[in-house]
Design a protein around this ligand. Structure first.
Ligand code: PMP
Length: 290
């Protein structure tokens, strides 16, 4: 049995899951999305992902024609239809099919699709030895142009940073704001650990408000580890004891080097490892069952 995709109201085979070339999601990146995960037939932080999807949609004045609850139920149904125990879930809403102009009013109903698939895990080496990253030449979109808090289909800013990473021989790139502050990576949030405390950049300088970032702050709190949203210059990376990235797909990844220079000992730190273990337990226990 092939993979079934939920597309505009029905389940179709992967090969038949196609959209019009006039869909503004394709023509202009005009749409929003979420990347979600399930562990042991439980979806992790589904409510938070649905909230962010609807907030992103509202920020681009895209009205999703179904309720949050109905959308969430469709995600659970798609997972069941595909009989997946551990999955990566991609939920997408586009502006819909329009004409060749920009006018969003010319588009018909939004296109909605949900892809559930096996999760492609990051290589174990990243977690054991840490991930080297570079600082991207590409700066993060400024919030007054295209706010990175909107998880839109327009991900070229992130893709350009990923190309910087590839050019620099790494898998991830750290992006700075126009003002030169550390913001986030091309697909993950960033944390520094210094003197037993966590520091992460505030979202209003151009970062996505990460669901994993939030979960990590909560887990740290339970261990009595404080967290602070802070404006940080790249130099502060090299004064940190530890550094790690967070994201739904990556979970928690230690960073070993930035631009070839080691962070802390250059090995995954104790707090990073503790939080990784706490996060793993959380994903195994919490979640909405299907
Ligand atoms: N920043 C960006 C740019 C992202 O695309 C993502 C999601 N891959 C994240 C941060 C991490 O967010 P989350 O923890 O909600 O997956």
């Amino acid at each position: 049995m092939g993979l079934k995709i939920f597309l505009n109201g029905k389940f179709v085979e992967k090969e038949e899951a196609v959209l019009s070339v006039f869909d503004h999601g394709l023509l202009y990146g005009d749409g929003v999305f979420e990347g979600i995960r399930s562990y042991n037939r439980k979806v992790f932080r589904l409510v938070e992902h649905m909230d962010r999807l609807y907030e992103s949609a509202s920020a681009i004045r895209l009205e999703i024609p179904v309720t949050k609850d109905a959308f969430a139920s469709k995600i659970l149904e798609t997972l069941k239809v595909n009989d997946l125990d551990n999955a990566y879930i991609r939920a997408v809403v586009t502006r819909g099919v329009g004409d060749l102009g920009l006018d969003p009013r010319k588009c018909g109903a939004p296109s909605i699709f949900i892809i559930t698939d096996k999760i492609a895990l990051y290589p174990e080496d990243f977690y054991k030895n840490g991930l080297p990253v570079i600082i991207a030449k590409t700066r993060r979109n400024h919030p007054i142009t295209l706010d990175p808090r909107i998880k839109s289909l327009n991900y070229l800013n992130n893709i350009l940073a990923r190309i910087d990473a590839i050019d620099g021989g790494t898998e991830e790139a750290l992006m700075l704001s126009l003002e030169g502050y550390i913001v986030e990576c091309s697909g993950d949030n960033i944390f520094l650990v210094k003197d037993g405390k966590l520091f992460t950049p505030p979202a209003d300088i151009g970062a996505l408000e990460g669901v994993t970032q939030d979960a990590v702050i909560q887990l740290a709190g339970k261990r009595g580890i404080e967290s602070e949203y802070k404006l940080m210059r790249p130099e502060e990376l090299f004064e940190a004891d530890e550094c790690f990235l967070t994201g739904t797909a990556a979970e928690i990844v230690p960073v070993s080097k930035v631009d070839g220079k080691p962070i802390g000992s250059g090995k995954p730190g104790d707090i990073t490892n503790q939080l990784r273990e706490d996060y793993r337990k959380l994903t195994q226990t919490e979640g909405i069952e299907y």
